[in-house]
Design a protein around this ligand. Structure first.
Ligand code: AKG
Length: 274
């Protein structure tokens, strides 16, 4: 559960990560915008440079829990250009910051009468694919709306990632439509694990509150949901098993059957032609 009080959000994250470690987790994921309410009006006030209050806290959490920590995301302020980003920071079990992923695809949608959100009003998009090398395998990291773009996951998988992990915060309009579908799609496209971690839904929403879909989920390389929950606060667990990846890749070998000779111009076709 994420609220307006940053210090409380950081403390709650600490408690939940230590609890996950106690239950055997070695890689722990926090949700998108875990230290601030989700909304463009909040980002400038909650934004921090890195290192700063939230990333120092995350580093200490990773170190104290001795886990790899995919630290959800925070609104980041880059002092070199004053721009804001939606940024995931990743720490190894000694608390060292090993990667940052700035959300590449900003969440700009307008579903008439249902939901309008324009991150680009205040945020700038990142410009790289992020892969972290852990003793459990390479892990691709991206954020929420990034999951709608199969290319990021495909690049990570082709560079050896065993999993894509997305801190995310879908909503009650697009969540039921696409949250699980997209995770299963990215998993089955690439025969990798996919995990998405969402904040819980606020229980007594006020006007204008973002209604997160919740439902943190893990999907295995066959595309099956292997761990999930509802909209209430919860932690879900699953093991990454490289043998499961090997099994599906040898059984249905799409990853070695790709025909880039047939569609090698895919990135050069800039518009959808009629
Ligand atoms: O793609 C969606 O429907 C939701 C994306 C989102 O909430 C986000 O990028 O934060």
């Amino acid at each position: 559960m994420v609220g307006a009080n940053k210090a409380e959000n950081l403390l709650r994250a600490r408690t939940k990560v230590l609890e996950a470690k106690d239950k055997g987790a070695n890689v722990v994921v926090l949700p998108e915008c875990f230290n601030s309410p989700y909304g463009v009006k909040f980002f400038p006030d909650y934004a921090e440079v890195i290192p700063g209050e939230s990333t120092n806290a995350l580093s200490a959490i990773a170190k104290d829990a001795r886990v790899w920590l995919i630290g959800g995301s925070i609104p980041e302020r880059d002092p070199s250009n004053s721009r804001l980003y939606n940024t995931c920071t990743v720490y190894n079990p000694t608390g060292t910051l090993v990667a940052t992923h700035r959300k590449v695809h900003l969440f700009d949608i307008d579903v008439p009468g249902k939901i309008r959100f324009k991150e680009s009003e205040v945020l700038t998009g990142g410009d790289k694919c992020t892969i972290v090398d852990t003793e459990y395998g390479k892990i691709g990291v991206a954020i929420c709306y990034d999951i709608r773009f199969p290319e990021l996951a495909m690049v990570a998988a082709r560079r050896g990632a065993v999993a894509m992990i997305y801190p995310g915060a879908f909503n009650t309009v697009t969540g039921p439509l696409h949250w699980e579908l997209l995770q299963r799609a990215r998993a089955v496209d690439n025969q990798i694990y996919v995990a998405c971690c969402s904040p819980a839904r606020v229980q007594e929403p006020k006007e204008g509150d973002y209604l997160a879909w919740g439902h943190s989920t893990v999907v295995n390389p066959s595309g099956a949901v292997v761990a999930t929950t509802d909209e209430a606060e919860a932690t879900v667990y699953h093991d990454i098993d490289p043998a499961e990846i090997a099994h599906w890749r040898s059984s249905i070998p799409v990853v070695s059957q790709r025909r880039f000779d047939v569609y090698d111009d895919v990135s050069k076709v800039l518009v959808y032609e009629n």
